[in-house]
Design a protein around this ligand. Structure first.
Ligand SMILES: CC(C)(COP(=O)(O)OP(=O)(O)OC[C@H]1O[C@@H](n2cnc3c(N)ncnc32)[C@H](O)[C@@H]1OP(=O)(O)O)[C@@H](O)C(=O)NCCC(=O)NCCS
Length: 180
């Protein structure tokens, strides 16, 4: 098993096509445009037997909370192609180690059904936060300006305290990017 880490602007068409196909397989629709919108994102590919088994990305995002900006890496596009064989864990371990090494906060959103997966992989998962996120520039495109409370928020914070600071008030958390 190997992990390849590739920046968005260096992604070959073959990997973009593979992710697009896999997203349609999983969700019946692909809402991501990797070539156009993810040039600065960092992609992780778990490979075995010369095939990509799992992939995910970290997207540079600035969150503004109580007037203070925090640069985070948005965790998104997480897919393991063969379910239940440990490839998802390999992927999330590689992403967690990357975040720890770089001293960066990784934060994403997930449905209730997969919250246990992220917890099993060592991520902090909290309920009741997602509905406070806002994307103020949503009116410029077809993006959502608000997430519902039905999502869980997942986080790896190597220093600690970021999620707790968000939980300390009911204020909105503004993002400079569409929800990832
Ligand atoms: C979610 C997903 C990435 C998990 O990958 P996977 O390779 O099947 O997971 P793994 O086999 O590595 O499992 C790792 C651990 O998580 C647990 N786990 C896996 N899926 C789980 C789930 N849905 N709920 C709770 N726990 C789960 C496993 O039991 C395992 O725990 P253990 O080692 O303590 O027994 C994969 O199912 C997937 O691609 N789903 C479709 C896309 C998706 O929903 N992505 C997440 C978007 S937020």
């Amino acid at each position: 098993m190997t992990i390849d880490i590739i920046t968005g602007h260096d992604l070959p068409d073959t990997l973009i096509d593979m992710m697009n196909r896999q997203r349609i397989h999983e969700y019946q629709v692909n809402t991501k445009n990797f070539r156009q919108n993810e040039q600065d994102s960092t992609f992780f590919f778990v490979r075995a037997d010369e095939e990509v088994k799992a992939f995910g990305m970290l997207k540079p995002v600035v969150l503004i909370y109580q007037g203070q900006p925090t640069s985070i890496l948005g965790i998104g596009n997480i897919i393991a192609r063969d379910k239940g064989t440990g490839q998802g864990r390999q992927l999330m371990t590689a992403i967690r180690e990357y975040l720890t090494t770089k001293g960066r906060i990784g934060l994403g959103f997930c449905k209730h059904q997969v919250a246990g997966f992220y917890q099993a992989c060592g991520y902090q998962v909290v309920d009741g936060l997602s509905g406070r996120f806002r994307y103020s520039l949503a009116y410029l495109s077809d993006e959502r300006d608000i997430l519902t409370h039905s999502y869980h928020t997942l986080c790896h914070d190597p220093i600690g305290g970021f999620i707790e600071s968000l939980q300390a008030s009911d204020d909105c958390i503004y993002s400079n990017q569409p929800f990832w």
